[in-house]
Design a protein around this ligand. Structure first.
Ligand code: NZQ
Ligand code: ZN
Length: 392
């Protein structure tokens, strides 16, 4: 196990009706709030009315900025920064999913920095402060409600980049699983694929003596998969949503990655799909993950046997380790299929024309500074291209 530094400061208020307390929760921390949200879902569900009523009851001033789209755009972030400066906003409340929360985090750090916010993503310059961000989560998926990261798309440059800092962990996050009842099936599935990937990126490691976090990863994966099937067939299954919802937070607050060398190749490869083709992040991951597993598993076959047996329930009667691993991957593909997720790039509308461009961008080869993706097995652009081809 490797050394680690654990600091997860986000307060999480969980359960029925908790979103109605948002005004009281924010009162000690803010005078003027930016209420940040996406498209129409929060207005249709009545959440917008409930949140604004709660802010008013607590005498909190607020200004609004809606319009965040999936794969959130830096252009709206810039608008948000200008608005916060003009209005003297001192806290950002993100009501939505990963895209809204990531956009809020980008605004929060952009307000406190000189220069263009995109430079932070491109140059990975460390920040020393950001406005506090609070969230009301409406889709369990990205884990941004307690993560230190933000991922934003620069539409002009066709680039999607992440940025992480301790200053970006939200101050507090509210999770009422009843808010997930309005999710369409494709969004449920995308979210589940994303949270599972956040665990895979940590689980598949060459670090040894990681029994505790191995077990936590396996339990969280099994819990999410079991309950995802339940919410998929009954979107109002509150108890199952509790497991999936909190599972998504645990999957990405880094508890499961402590003391382990983490991988993150699948995320690096997926961001290229989202940047160029604007596909949903979770759907892209569902396509790439089995192909990645197939390509890299021999580097540490024991880890993949452990996954197949402990998570996918492959029995020991398959004596050949390769057969066990392949059965585990086949079962994972079967799970994604059951959730209605795509299994090939062509199902995502991606043909072969840009595979090499994406492989070179993902590894930095395009910019003359190649950095292999992943840690379990280092992937150069030629490896990434092979994985894209396996997934086509
Ligand atoms: O815009 P509205 O109308 O609200 O609709 C949204 C959106 O179209 C809809 N939705 C959300 N809650 C709903 C709902 N529809 C009905 N009922 C509800 N309760 O769902 C759609 C997708 O929303 P989005 O926020 O894009 O989804 P998600 O949470 O999956 O976020 C994906 C983004 O998070 C980033 C991804 O790259 C992607 O851009 N990630 C952020 C991470 C982080 N900050 O730590 C880590 C992840 O790896 C991920 O990369
Ligand atoms: Zn993700």
């Amino acid at each position: 196990m490797l050394n680690f530094d654990l600091h997860i400061p986000t307060r999480i208020l969980f359960g029925r009706d908790t979103h109605k307390e948002i005004g009281t929760l924010l009162q000690p921390h803010a005078k003027k709030v930016l209420l940040h949200f996406g498209g129409t879902s929060i207005k249709k569900s009545g959440l917008y009315d409930a949140v604004t009523a709660s802010l008013k009851e607590s005498d909190l001033e607020f200004v609004e900025l809606g319009g965040v789209v999936p794969n959130p755009r830096v252009s709206l972030v810039r608008e948000g920064i200008a608005l916060c400066r003009k209005e003297g906003v001192d806290l950002i409340l993100a009501v939505g999913g990963g895209s809204v929360i990531d956009s809020a985090k980008a605004i929060a750090m952009g307000v406190c920095c000189e220069g263009d916010v995109w430079e932070l993503y491109e140059q990975q310059k460390p920040i020393t402060k950001a406005l506090p961000v609070a969230t009301i989560l409406t889709i369990p998926a990205a884990g941004s409600e307690s993560s230190n990261g933000t991922v934003v798309t620069n539409e002009e440059k066709q680039m999607k980049l992440g940025y992480g800092s301790v200053h970006l962990r939200p101050l507090l996050s509210v999770m009422n699983p009843e808010l997930f009842f309005t999710l369409p099936k494709n969004q449920i599935a995308n979210g589940v694929a994303d949270m599972m990937s956040h665990i895979f990126e940590r689980y598949f490691t060459n670090t040894v003596h990681t029994d505790l976090t191995d077990g936590l990863c396996e339990t969280t994966l099994r819990t999410i998969m079991k309950n995802a099937v339940r919410v998929f067939s009954d979107v109002r299954d509150y108890d199952a949503w509790c497991q999936v919802g909190f599972g998504g937070t645990i999957a990405h607050n880094d508890l499961l990655g402590l003391g382990r060398e983490q991988d993150w190749a699948c995320h690096g490869m997926e961001h290229e799909l989202s940047a160029i083709y604007d596909v949903a992040h979770g759907a892209g991951l569902a396509v790439l993950t089995p192909a990645w597993m197939q390509y890299v598993y021999k580097t540490n076959a024991n880890m993949f046997v452990q996954f197949a047996v402990n998570v996918m329930g492959v029995e020991g009667s398959y004596r050949d380790p390769d057969a066990i691993v392949m059965e585990g991957i086949a079962r994972l593909r079967g799970f994604y299929k059951k959730m209605g997720l795509p299994s090939t790039l062509s199902e995502l509308g991606i043909d072969e024309s840009k595979l090499e461009v994406m492989a070179k961008k993902a590894t930095g080869e395009t910019y003359g500074a190649e950095q292999p993706l992943g840690n379990l097995k280092k992937l150069y652009w030629q490896d990434v291209l092979e994985i894209y081809k396996l997934a086509k």
